[in-house]
Structures are given as structure tokens and as C-alpha cells.
Design a protein. Structure first.
Lengths: 288, 365
């Protein structure tokens, strides 16, 4: 049971990340690889403030959100000048910068040694220390993020985002200030990723820079591509699949001399097959 | 979509095809399962495979039919990813029913220590640690080497040889940064001219740093890090006309003996006697490391403790195992002499190794 609860918590964190990333990539067509950076900033804000400065989880998360919002707003200004592949490359650059800062700014982040002893959230004296209560709290945020995604998807704002995704020139011609739209959705997405990072730091209780590398950002991108771009439900399914697939392969009963390697091969092969037969993802409405 | 559903069904069917091993009809002895959550795939797989070989070798050598328990090993692959550790710890404890488990690096162990404490399992961990090591779980043990011991050994070597003008290449990974800081401070106190060039994992070109150091009069080069970066630095040093006599290193792995390494001296963990190193290489076709010796020690220690604490088929508790290990205080182990401190830090002394006459030799073995 606890094994499943832990998978559930990880699923919630990934679902938050997938929903946040799908807003930028799916709704707006902006191929962002910066999500690992904002995930990391959120996690480190909570880690540093809770362990070194005695903040509680919520105030630390709030400051993390602010920090992420400001960073994303500034970076978004720069990013909104780029399109397509260039947008992806520049956003990947942000991930690399943040990873390097986390690794090298040792006086603040403790560098490669990481930060440990990060506490759990509590509300009015009730601590979410147990795995089940933590899962319940994380689920609440997944539902909130899901609702926010659907709300934006169905709003006029969402339609404008989809317009810029399909034809940016035409959207500008119709009088929309696409730069502002791009920047707003990028900032919102970063804030959501920061919340996911806060939950991750609190759940795992130890963070180091390796959890926030560019490769993680690519993994999040794979989640939404498999689940389906521009789809809230697809984000959830993508996160669940990419988590459940490797976990279920552990129960194949493969000989332990080769189990780990075979699991990776099977996992990779299934992803290849999935993309070959369903390139738009399971519930995708848009294809990059 | 239909094809996709078929693929997913196939994947699920595969997972259902679990190899259900039938239990023997007459289970004479209780089984002690010793688990390890280590990187068996991904970039750090070599470290995990070396550890696995050490465990397998210990199981083979330390078990016999006269013992009270049967012993089994259970492995889980974490790909060196922190985020999977709680899930895997729960799986290996609750699904696979391991009695004790081990992992690599204190980061991984810190993540799962609350789980092993709650489930009352001994958690063994292989890591380099600070001298002021603090226990992070009730039943946790860490086997490794205090960084100050490694730095002191390196310093001993540098001063014995009367070296000066040293450039230290230090990889920005794990505890190597602290190790370098400690060494650098001591060298400064002894007025030994030196400088530290820190590099991040993944860096490949050190030529500019080497040429700059040479221009500044640095003659000796000390490399603190892991392959491939450490190997690349050495190659680039040689390309830059620095001979191996001027290259020294710290490493925890055992590099393959090759002419490239001739005369290089390393300050290293004790990987165990040559026979152990060679037999791991022969039996498991893997480069034995300090990790192989540590994980050999872990399984040996667990078997010894379970046998010593046997009480009519009832398994000893984590508390009893923990007390037993603490009671050992100082004992010979595969990685030299193991000393257990009050916080559960089991330390081994570093050694010097040098490559000569076709193979690595531990100086003073």
C-alpha cells in the first residue's frame, strides 16, 4: 500500500509539472525546456528557507513562487522574442544556467552536497507528515492545476494562445499582443512548476542539483508528448504512464543479472512504438 | 488508437507474466533477504554493478549449509535518481520483504532513512563523508572514509615527496569540493604553493587551464575526480608534455591497468587485497572498486550478525543487529580495518596505489 502511495505522490508531482508545461507547449506552441529550472528554483526556495531560516512550508513555497514569477517574467521577456527551435534552445540554456548556479553557488545551495532535513507542510497544527495525508494534499493541487488548465483552455485568453500557436503573424494581425500572452503563460507555468518543486523538496526531504538537470526537463516534455499536447487529461495520463511503465516493469520477474538493463530497453521500445503509432500522443490535440 | 491500445495491452500482459517461483515444499530454514537499491543502469551503472558483484561474492563465500538461515539477495535499480528512492524503499521492504538493505551515497540513504527507521530495517550506505558525520537514522550505517583522512593522506604524499607548485584539478561533485578545500587549507598552512581548478562533470577540454598553470609555474598536477573527466585531464596533461611522474590522483575506482597509467600514484580507498580485486574481475567480469569491497563487507557483516543473533528461528530485530555492529568497534574487513564510531560511521583508511610492471599495486599491501 505504501509503495502505491509513494508512487501516487510522485505521480501528483509529475502531473503538476506536466500540466504546467502543457500550458506553454500545448496551448501556446512554445517549446520550452526550462521547466526543470523552475522546478529546481521552487524546490531550493523551500529547501533553503525551511532548513536554514526556519520558514514553514507555505511561506517558503510562497517566496519560491514569487522568485519563480520574477525570474520567469524576466526570462519570458527575452524568450518571447524567439520562436520554434530557437525558443527551445534558449529555454534549455536557462535550465543549464540554473543547474550550474545550484551546483556552484555553494554558500547558498550547498552545491553538490545538497540540502537535507526539509520538513513537511502543516495547516493549523495538522502536519502532512504521513504519506497518505501528503498524497491527499498533493492531489488537491493537481485538481486545482487541472481546473486552471481547463479554465484557460476554454477562455478567450486560451483561444488567443491557440491562435498564436497556429499562426502567430495572423494573431498579431488580428490585434493581439502576442508577446504579452507568451510572457504571461510562461510565467504562470513557471509558478506552477515551482509549486511542484516545493512539493518535491518536502516529499523527498533531500535535494541536490542532479534532480533539476536539463534531462529532467526533457523527461517532462516526454510526459506531455506521450499524454497529448494541449490536453489537461493527456498531461495526467502522460505523467501516470511514464511513471507506471518503468515501475510495472520491475514486476516482470526478469533475471536480476540483466533486469535493470532489460527494463530500460523495454521501456524505451514501448515509447518508440507509442510515438510511431500515435505521434500526437494519447489525447493530443496538437503536434509540435 | 486501436493499435495503441493493443500495444498498451501487450505491455500490461508482459507485466502480468511475472516469473512466479514456486516455494520449495519444505522450507527448512528461514530466509534472510538482503537488498540493495543501487544504480544498475544509467551513467552510474558501473558503480552499482561493482557493488552488486561484491555482494554476490560475499554471499557465495560466506554462506554454507550449516548456517541457521538461508540468504538471498534482492536488487533494485535506482539509476542514481533521488526521486525514485522512497518508492523503491517501500517496494523492496514491503513487496520483496528484505530484512536489511543498502544503497550508494548518503544522499540516497538520507531520503530513505525515515522509511527504514519506521519499518525497522537496517540501512547500510556507502559514501564518502565528513569527519563530523551525523547519524541520520536509528538503524543506519555508513561505510566509507572521512574526507579529512583522504586529504591527510594526499598531503602526506605531497610533503613526503617535497612537492611544491601544485595545481589541483577538483571535480565539483559530491564531497570532493570539501575534500579539496580541506587539503588546500592544510597546504596553505605549510606554505606549499598550490592552486585549485574546479571543474564541473561533463567538461572535456582542460588544455587552456593546463597551459595557464604551466605558464604560472605549476609543475605537479593532482586530479581529484572520476572518469572520464579524470582520464581526459591526464591525457591532456600528457599531450601537453607533462610526464606521469608529475601527475597524481585521487580515485575511488580502479582504473584498468594500461601504459597510460605507468608511474601514476593515486591516493585511494582500500579496494581490498589484490586477490579480491582480481577474483571479482575474473568471476564477474567487472572492474572491482572500493564499492565492491564495501558491499562485500556489508553482506558479510549481515550474515555474521544474523548467525550470531540466531534465536530459534525468530529473526533478530534491527535494534539487535545495530547493537551487534556497534559492539564490533574495530574488525578486519575486505576494505582493510573497519572501525565503527558511535554514530554508525564505519571508516576505512585510504591507501596509496601505483601502476607498475603491468598492474596496479597497493603500496604497503
Amino acid at each position: 500500500m505504501e509503495y502505491l502511495v509513494n508512487i501516487g505522490i510522485l505521480f501528483c508531482i509529475y502531473a503538476m509539472l506536466a500540466l504546467s508545461l502543457n500550458m506553454v507547449v500545448g496551448l501556446s506552441g512554445l517549446v520550452s525546456l526550462a521547466q526543470a529550472a523552475f522546478y529546481g528554483i521552487g524546490a531550493y526556495a523551500v529547501g533553503i528557507l525551511m532548513t536554514a531560516h526556519g520558514f514553514n512550508f507555505w511561506s517558503a513555497m510562497f517566496i519560491g513562487i514569487l522568485l519563480n514569477g520574477i525570474t520567469a517574467f524576466i526570462v519570458g521577456k527575452i524568450l518571447s522574442k524567439f520562436k520554434g527551435d530557437y525558443y527551445a534552445i534558449v529555454s534549455a540554456g536557462l535550465s543549464v544556467i540554473v543547474f550550474s548556479v545550484l551546483l556552484n553557488f555553494k554558500s547558498l545551495t550547498k552545491g553538490p552536497l545538497g540540502i537535507y532535513g526539509i520538513g513537511k507542510p502543516s495547516i493549523a497544527g495538522f502536519s502532512f507528515y504521513s504519506s497518505v495525508s501528503f498524497l491527499a494534499l498533493a492531489l488537491v493541487f493537481v485538481v486545482l492545476f487541472y481546473a486552471l488548465f481547463v479554465l484557460i483552455d476554454k477562455s478567450s485568453f486560451g483561444r488567443a494562445l491557440k491562435g498564436l500557436r497556429e499562426d502567430e503573424e495572423l494573431t498579431i494581425f488580428l490585434g493581439y499582443k502576442t508577446t504579452k500572452y507568451k510572457n504571461f503563460i510562461f510565467t504562470l507555468s513557471a509558478i506552477m512548476a515551482g509549486v511542484a518543486g516545493s512539493f518535491f523538496a518536502s516529499y523527498i526531504a533531500f535535494i541536490d542539483p542532479t534532480s533539476f538537470q536539463l534531462a529532467e526537463g526533457i523527461f517532462f516534455f516526454t510526459m506531455i508528448t506521450v499524454g497529448g499536447l494541449s490536453s489537461a487529461f493527456g498531461s495526467i495520463i502522460g505523467a501516470a504512464l511514464l511513471l507506471a511503465l518503468p515501475e510495472s516493469l520491475r514486476f516482470l520477474g526478469l533475471p536480476y543479472e540483466t533486469a535493470a538493463q532489460l527494463q530500460q530497453v523495454i521501456y524505451g521500445a514501448l515509447l518508440v512504438l507509442m510515438m510511431a503509432f500515435r505521434p500526437q500522443g494519447l489525447f493530443g490535440k496538437f503536434r509540435v | 488508437m486501436k493499435k495503441l491500445i493493443l500495444i498498451l495491452c501487450f505491455a500490461l500482459a508482459l507485466t502480468a507474466c511475472k516469473d512466479e517461483k514456486k516455494a520449495p515444499e519444505t522450507q527448512v530454514k528461514p530466509v534472510i533477504k538482503i537488498g540493495a537499491i543501487i544504480p544498475l543502469s544509467g551513467p552510474q551503472a558501473a558503480m552499482g554493478e561493482a557493488a552488486k558483484a561484491g555482494m554476490q561474492k560475499a554471499l557465495k563465500e560466506k554462506t554454507n549449509s550449516n548456517q541457521h538461515y538461508n540468504y538471498e539477495l534482492v536488487f533494485e535499480d535506482n539509476q542514481a535518481k533521488l526521486q525514485v528512492m522512497p518508492t523503491l524503499a517501500n517496494k523492496i521492504i514491503l513487496q520483496d520483504n528484505v530484512d536489511a538493505l543498502a544503497t550508494i551515497t548518503s544522499a540516497m540513504a538520507r531520503v530513505i532513512a525515515p522509511i527504514t527507521d519506521e519499518k525497522e530495517k537496517v540501512l547500510y550506505n556507502f559514501s564518502i563523508e565528513q569527519g563530523d558525520y551525523e547519524r541520520f537514522g536509528k538503524y543506519t550505517f555508513t561505510q566509507g572514509m572521512p574526507i579529512d583522512a583522504i586529504a591527510d593522506k594526499a598531503e602526506e604524499f605531497l610533503t613526503q615527496k617535497g612537492m611544491n607548485d601544485i595545481l589541483i584539478f577538483a571535480e565539483n561533485i559530491g564531497i570532493i569540493g570539501s575534500l579539496t578545500t580541506y587539503l588546500s587549507k592544510n597546504l596553505s598552512e605549510k606554505n606549499i604553493r598550490h592552486n585549485v581548478n574546479t571543474f564541473n562533470p561533463g567538461e572535456r577540454d582542460f588544455r587552456v587551464a593546463i597551459e595557464k598553470a604551466k605558464a604560472e609555474g605549476y609543475k605537479y598536477f593532482f586530479t581529484f575526480g572520476f572518469p572520464p573527466e579524470r582520464t581526459i585531464i591526464r591525457k591532456q596533461l600528457v599531450e601537453s608534455s607533462v610526464t606521469n611522474d608529475y601527475i597524481y590522483s585521487f580515485c575511488m575506482d580502479l582504473e584498468k591497468a594500461s601504459d597510460d597509467n605507468n608511474n601514476i600514484t593515486t591516493v585511494t580507498y582500500n579496494p581490498g587485497p589484490s586477490e579480491f580485486v582480481e577474483s571479482v574481475q575474473q568471476e564477474y567480469n567487472i572492474d572491482s572498486t572500493f564499492g565492491s569491497a564495501v558491499f562485500y563487507d556489508f553482506v558479510s557483516l549481515m550474515i555474521e550478525a544474523y548467525e550470531a543473533l540466531y534465536k530459534n528461528g525468530e529473526k533478530p530485530t534491527a535494534e539487535e543487529i545495530t547493537t551487534y555492529i556497534h559492539g564490533k568497534k574495530k574488525y578486519p574487513c575486505m576494505s582493510g580495518i573497519c572501525i565503527v564510531n558511535e554514530n554508525g560511521f564505519i571508516t576505512n583508511d585510504p591507501v596509496f596505489r601505483t601502476f607498475q610492471n603491468g598492474k596496479w599495486q597497493t603500496i604497503g599491501e
